[in-house]
Design a protein around this ligand. Sequence first.
Ligand SMILES: Cc1ncc(COP(=O)(O)O)c(C=O)c1O
Length: 358
Amino acid sequence: MSTISFARGVPAPECLPVEELADCARAALQRDGKSVLSYGPAGGYAPLREWIAERHSVAPERVLLTNGSLQGFVFLAQRLAGHRVLVERPTYDRPLKILRTIGAAVVPLAMDDEGLDPQALEAALATGPAPALLYTIPTFQNPSGRTLSEERRRRVVELARANDLLVLEDDPYGLVRFDGAAAPSLFELAGGEGIVYSSSFSKTIAPGLRVGYFLLPAELERELEAAAVSTYITPVLLGQATVYEFVRRGNFDGNLERVRSLLGTRRDAMLEALATDLAGHATWSRPDGGYFIWLDLPVDTDAARLLERATEAGVTFVAGADFGGEPNSARLAFSFVSPDEIREGVRRLATLVAPIAV
Ligand SMILES: Cc1ncc(COP(=O)(O)O)c(C=O)c1O
């Protein structure tokens, strides 16, 4: 019996446009090989910076291309040692670890089905030293799949402005939407001021390209570019030029449609399987996009112990506590496995979960 992984937050192999990217990499090298194979500007490959700048209506100097957006997070985190940093509870585990390692004082804020609770933000701003950053993933959050409502987005921007609070809006999943209409980003609502926006081509093209980006306020441009230069001398220009060739050919939107359809089918399969096999045993989020569903198990269930039994039964997930969540919560990724595997994996999981006591 092979193990079915709901743990891996990575795209299914069919999502990756391998042939087209091979062709784009060759074309990029043929056209611009002498520069992309050398050391280059810390800010990244200029044509891609310009393309991103135009999409977000900012000046190209405000765009910093990084080797994946997590690398950019590390650069930004370097200024946070010893400071209070507000995060959602739960939140993406890697930034959480990075913040703890550099010695930031992490303050988790409550969230619910509508995303981050602005009252929790307000309360955190009213007590203790002024936080240096709010780290938020407002759309199809990793790990919960939840999306911040438009009303709350406006409130978060208002609170940030009133308190001079720097916000990092991490948005790698926003374009991977299966249904519904997108709310404006915090960055858009704030008119591009006071909010650092990060995204990536990891979910829209391929994570192995390692092309992420940040939209920075002027005062952070130099600081983060300096951190980039001292870390890796030059960004991976070949990856960036390959992405640029991909978008220059007009492939971006069509590929996104394909990815949305492949992943939307998987989301549907997981929601249907949960309704069939786990109704009355757990509750879960219903994301309109992204990679993840958040499971709340009966209160007396320890998800870490459940994971041990689940692994023996041939299905894995990540315990919610890894993201700062409750011990009885879990993150299920639907992005990697096939719809048939999703149905089988949920069936295996359901045999191990006790009904919710009423
Ligand atoms: C919320 C969030 N931010 C950032 C990243 C990292 O993306 P990248 O591949 O661009 O480093 C991920 C990857 O899973 C993510 O879930």
